[in-house]
Design a protein around this ligand. Structure first.
Ligand SMILES: Nc1ncnc2c1ncn2[C@@H]1O[C@H](COP(=O)(O)OP(=O)(O)OP(=O)(O)O)[C@@H](O)[C@H]1O
Ligand SMILES: [Mg+2]
Length: 515
């Protein structure tokens, strides 16, 4: 066997294993591997929130650093001015004595040069030849080229005995002797007061931010939820639609950002509807084409039954006749369903007297009811009630309901077809009730699905009757409800009441109040 074939076999074995695993646990989620989970896009809400909050949280420490620097330079200002004054005052106390600089400190000057309760203060006066005239011996010196002009005060940061200090320094012009340089006066203080002030400023700025930041996050959260609300509304709108509602969504009501999405969704719906329309037409055409051969088959079987034939042939012919009758009924049901579903084909709606339609539908079924020894009754208001609709369809609808009532009620039962006019709600209720087997509550939503029949019930229907009823009711803007027969007196049988509620068609002038 070649290496390639080997690999192919190994791959097939892997696939088999994976399949076996899935069959072993039919409730395992479908192939949601970690990679697939990672590839799933994140929620829009989380994504936007992240992209807004991450920069905000990054910018925050940066703004703190900038605030700290600004606070420090602000804090330096007033203390530098005070130090500058000290330097001037000290410079004024230098006098020439025999050509040598001498410092005489009155008590008042000595006072302010003394350390306060926060910072230590230092000073130094160096004479024309660099000799110490007064103050600290070990004060650091400024660079030669940085010495200011006499009368001007400069500042610098420096270190004295391991402590950070701020130094204000100036020079004093002295009667010139060759080789002499101006007298250097330096006043310095440690930085505690400045740090304290800078810290106070920082605290004043940062503390409120601990309240403001969570508030900002909360507001962003709230704003995002509000901003994404139209998406939720759209989702709710789509979910609330009936499964067979393929009408386009209103793109105009969507925000501009999701309008393209809605438009493409609508395009998809249109294509889907066209496809379904084609399919329905195909079913209708096929059903129509089958009608004639089925009718022929049945006629031929009935003709053949009249001839002399053996008992077996006779039985087969009877079987053919019933089967073709059932097939013909199925085809008729399919055609009715296709017609009812095809709402686009422009069914002609006219004002219809439902009382009359119901009466004639009942008349159609009297014979069938009598054959099963049933009491088929009809109740209607005295005055005619009209709806806007298609009489053929409405009659088809009632026929299906009466057919069900007769089929699923044991012989001797009672069936009532009732037209009730609810003038206040402007509705007319078409009710068919029986004393039959009833439809269990759990089955009520399912029996209106196509081809659904209750398991274990006798009968040879195909499960299309109530689907047709629902479609016809919907095309008339009406509603189908399945209930217990409330008028039923026998507790043993539930009995069924199927009701179709339609809007009454009110002719102008029918009501005295109408304008
Ligand atoms: N009046 C009723 N009483 C009891 N069960 C009913 C009644 N009407 C309908 N059903 C139940 O609901 C199921 C679906 O009814 P539906 O009319 O849709 O189909 P069907 O009668 O079986 O077939 P079809 O009407 O296409 O010949 C039936 O199989 C039956 O079990
Ligand atoms: Mg039926």
């Amino acid at each position: 066997m070649s290496a390639r074939a080997d690999r192919a076999t190994a791959h097939a074995a892997d696939l088999d294993e994976a399949r076996d695993e899935r069959y072993a646990n039919p409730f395992a989620p479908p192939d949601e591997t970690e990679a697939a989970a990672e590839a799933r896009p994140r929620s829009l809400f989380g994504e936007i929130l992240d992209w807004m909050l991450a920069p905000l949280l990054l910018l925050w420490p940066m703004s703190l650093a900038v605030t700290y620097l600004v606070a420090k330079s602000i804090a330096n200002g007033p203390f530098d001015r005070a130090l500058e004054t000290d330097a001037y005052v000290l410079a004024r106390q230098i006098h020439p004595v025999n050509g040598v600089a001498e410092l005489t400190l009155p008590d008042s000057t000595r006072d302010f040069l003394r350390a306060d309760n926060v910072d230590s203060v230092f000073y130094q006066v160096l004479g024309t030849r660099g000799e110490l005239v007064g103050g600290e011996r070990d004060m650091p010196l400024p660079h030669e080229e940085d010495r200011p002009q006499p009368g001007l005060v400069e500042f610098r940061d420096d270190v004295l005995r391991g402590n950070d200090i701020r130094v204000a320094y100036t020079t004093v012009e002295f009667p010139q002797t060759p080789g002499a340089q101006p007298v250097l006066v330096q006043v310095a203080e440690t930085l505690d007061k400045r740090s304290q002030l800078a810290n106070d400023i920082i605290k004043g700025v940062i503390l409120p931010q601990f309240v403001i930041l969570p508030l900002a996050i909360l507001l962003v959260w709230f704003g995002l939820s509000r901003g994404l609300a139209p998406l939720h509304a759209l989702q709710a709108h789509i979910r609330a639609r009936r499964p067979d509602d393929l009408s386009p969504l209103e793109a105009r009501r969507a925000p501009p950002e999701i309008e393209p999405l809605v438009t493409s969704f609508n395009d998809l719906l249109t294509r889907l509807e066209q496809n379904m329309e084609l399919q329905k037409r195909f079913i209708a055409d096929a059903a129509h084409q089958m009608k004639t051969p089925l009718a022929g088959l049945r006629t031929q079987a009935e003709l053949a039954l009249r001839q002399d034939a053996s008992a077996e042939v006779h039985r087969s012919l009877e079987q053919i006749a019933t089967s073709s009758e059932h097939a013909a009924r199925l085809v008729t049901q399919l055609l009715a369903l296709a017609r009812a579903e095809n709402r686009m084909s422009g069914q002609i709606f006219t004002p219809v007297e439902v009382t009359e339609v119901a009466r004639s539908a009942v008349r159609d079924w009297v014979q069938a009811a009598l054959a099963k020894q049933m009491d088929l009754g009809y109740e209607a208001p005295d005055e005619p009630v009209e709806v806007n609709g298609n009489p053929v369809m409405l009659r088809e609808m009632l026929s299906n309901l009466i057919d069900n009532a007769i089929r699923y009620t044991p012989p001797g039962g009672r069936i009532t077809v009732r037209v009730r006019h609810d003038a206040a709600a402007r509705l007319v209720h078409l009710e068919v009730e029986d004393t039959g087997l009833g439809i269990p509550v759990a089955e009520r939503s399912r029996v209106i699905e196509r081809f659904y029949r209750i398991l274990g019930r006798e009968g040879d229907g195909s499960g299309l009757g109530l689907a047709i009823v629902r479609e016809i009711a919907t095309m008339h803007g009406g509603e189908l409800t399945i209930d217990d027969n409330v008028y039923q007196t026998s507790p043993r049988l539930a009995g069924t009441l199927v009701r179709v509620s339609l809007h009454v068609h009110e002719r102008a002038g029918t009501y005295p109040n109408a304008t």
